[in-house]
Design a protein around this ligand. Structure first.
Ligand SMILES: [Ca+2]
Ligand SMILES: [Ca+2]
Length: 179
């Protein structure tokens, strides 16, 4: 679940034993078997399977052990939609805007997801932990706000490897109908 994995095997034989002869490992299900000498870095993206076993000088072989290593360098995939991107007319009515969002991360999985709704007049400052909401937005802009009033809908997610994904949608209370 990290961005890179630094691998170090520690081996021990019981004190009455004959001592470790060597440790072997494979990253491709046995097609290439290597003898472990020094710590190494695994940076292959996605899911890798590390299999390893040790043998002692008396010829005893350990049952192979397996470790699943997830290297996740990609942000979660987010889909975000709003039911209206323009609110009209600016008559101070509250308009229900449906926000539909989903997020997934198929390597390490999602650690968190948040939805926020803000507006440029700093009247709205809402946060949710569910990306699906119905939010009443005020259909109003100041008469001298020539580019209209902007509501910003933001979905922010983080996966378990710390990759952060952000997707934003804008809902506009237009200044006039030509906008
Ligand atoms: Ca990811
Ligand atoms: Ca504006």
């Amino acid at each position: 679940m990290l961005t890179n994995i630094f691998t170090r095997f520690t081996t021990k034989d019981d004190s009455s034993g004959s001592g470790i002869l060597r440790t072997e490992y494979t990253l491709d299900d046995g097609q290439t078997v290597k003898t472990y000498t020094n710590p190494f870095t695994i940076s292959t993206k996605g899911i890798s399977k590390l299999k390893f076993r040790s043998m002692d000088k008396a010829g005893n072989e350990e049952i192979p052990q397996e470790l699943e290593i997830k290297i996740d360098k990609t942000t979660p995939v987010i889909a975000l939609n709003v039911s209206s991107d323009i609110i009209w007319p600016p008559d101070k009515q509250m308009i229900n805007v449906t926000i539909s969002g989903s997020a997934e991360d198929n390597i390490s999985g999602l650690a968190s997801k948040n939805l926020s709704v803000n507006d440029e007049y700093h009247v709205y400052n809402l946060t949710f932990d569910d990306l699906n909401q119905i939010v009443p937005l005020e259909a109003w802009r100041n008469g001298n706000d020539s580019d209209g009033r902007t509501y910003k809908v933001q979905a922010k997610t983080e996966d378990k490897a710390g990759n952060v994904g952000i997707v934003e949608k804008v809902v506009l209370v237009a200044h006039d109908q030509k906008n």
